[in-house]
Design a protein around this ligand. Structure first.
Ligand code: ADP
Ligand code: ZN
Length: 368
């Protein structure tokens, strides 16, 4: 069953995002409608496979697809060239040809890795994204960014490669660990601040029910985020301009993640903290009215985000900031809110104000 559809307009690479329900029934017919090649390889991780691989495989076989699957261990370090290479080997050994499709069934890690493999294997095969984390559903599965990590940096090897369609299945959220829900909602809140004050207010009103994954509210939230992301991607597929606004919360967020060697904070948690820090910076620079800053802080504080004060150590975070791949000549680039629903790109942010924002994070979110 398909509840809703949102289109990503990219000329002949346009594609729909379906909000569906039923790996056991509706997924395979949707593949047929899209002329997905008969030969399908599902790439997934062991956690996701445990819950969802069986019904999706059965459904595809029932509709006469020839299906095999590759199950990798979970975790960010799977996003590597060596893992991609292993997958190429397996595809070659199985005789998977150009006229085949890769279905990415999983969170952002699986989506990025499977997308990267699909973009490069025999110069590109068909890709279908089936994101199963909230974060991947509202953010990473839409827009065609695919990548693996390099020892010297995350997502350093990659491309833009759009899927044939995205399938967001309502059933997948029920098994998602609580911390992953928080992470997804971090990106959700970001969309409110960057584009849509009304959506931000909706989150303020309904956050508890959303955190409990109320299906009706979740559909509204996912659809709104995808609509906003689809718009940005169709205006700026390759991040030459507008797409950078999605980086709000990410300049400080990435630095916080890196400062903790990616072990302390998960991406969405770091984004929430980054949103708090960057709205503080915006207020200090006189860009953001104090009332709006307070609303952003209050929303962020409603999430379970308590970390050791060390996570906010200014020297480490500042060092990571200048290494960010989006920084220009070692200067970090900030996307700062000027009011709820609107942001501005600012290149000149002095380190004293960044330090002050980190002190504030430590005061508000730091333990011991
Ligand atoms: P992200 O989407 O945040 O980048 P990952 O791909 O690393 O995240 O997925 C986060 C974790 O959640 C992984 O351990 C993954 O196996 C697990 N996971 C993904 N989707 C589900 C789901 N629907 N139910 C249970 N666990 C899931
Ligand atoms: Zn993000």
């Amino acid at each position: 069953m398909i509840h809703r559809q949102i289109d990503v307009a990219l000329g002949d690479r346009s594609y729909p995002i379906y909000f569906g329900k039923g790996f056991g029934s509706s997924f395979a017919p949707t593949c047929q409608q899209h002329g997905i090649p008969e030969r399908i390889v599902i790439l997934t991780d062991s956690n996701v496979a445990h819950h969802y691989l069986d019904p999706i495989e059965k459904n595809l076989r029932h509709f006469k697809f020839s299906v095999s699957s590759i199950v990798i261990p979970p975790g960010e370090h799977q996003k590597s060239l060596s893992r991609a290479n292993q997958i190429y080997t397996q595809l070659l050994k199985e005789g998977v040809g150009r006229k085949s499709a890769i279905v990415a069934l999983g969170g952002g890690v699986v989506g990025d890795l499977a997308g990267f493999v699909a973009a490069t294997y025999q110069r590109g095969v068909t890709l279908v994204q089936v994101p199963t984390t909230l974060l991947a559903q509202v953010d990473s599965s839409v827009g065609g960014k695919v990548a693996v990590n390099h020892p010297l940096g995350k997502n350093m090897i990659g491309s833009f490669f759009q899927p044939r369609f995205v399938w967001i299945d309502a059933d997948t959220l029920s098994t998602l660990p609580a911390r992953e829900v928080v992470c997804g909602l971090g990106e959700v809140a970001k969309y409110g601040v960057v584009f849509d004050a009304e959506f931000f207010a909706y989150l303020e009103t309904n956050l508890e029910r959303i955190q409990q994954l109320d299906p009706e509210l979740m559909l509204t939230v996912q659809a709104r985020c995808c609509e906003l992301k689809a718009h940005v991607v169709s205006e700026d597929e390759r991040e030459q301009g507008l797409r950078i606004v999605l980086n709000y919360g990410h300049t400080v967020g990435h630095a916080l993640e890196a400062a903790g060697s990616y072990r302390v904070l998960k991406h969405g948690e770091a984004v929430l903290l980054g949103m708090a820090a960057e709205s503080f910076i915006a207020r200090e620079l006189g860009l953001l009215p104090p009332g709006d800053h307070e609303r952003i802080m209050k929303l962020v504080q409603r999430f379970p985000l308590r970390f050791g004060k060390n996570s906010f150590a200014p020297a480490r975070v500042l060092a990571a900031l200048t290494r960010d791949k989006k920084s220009i000549d070692g200067k970090a680039r900030f996307v700062l809110p000027v009011r709820l629903g609107e942001v501005q790109v600012v290149d000149e942010v002095g380190s004293p104000v960044v330090r002050a924002s980190l002190r504030q994070l430590a005061d508000v979110f730091g333990t011991k």
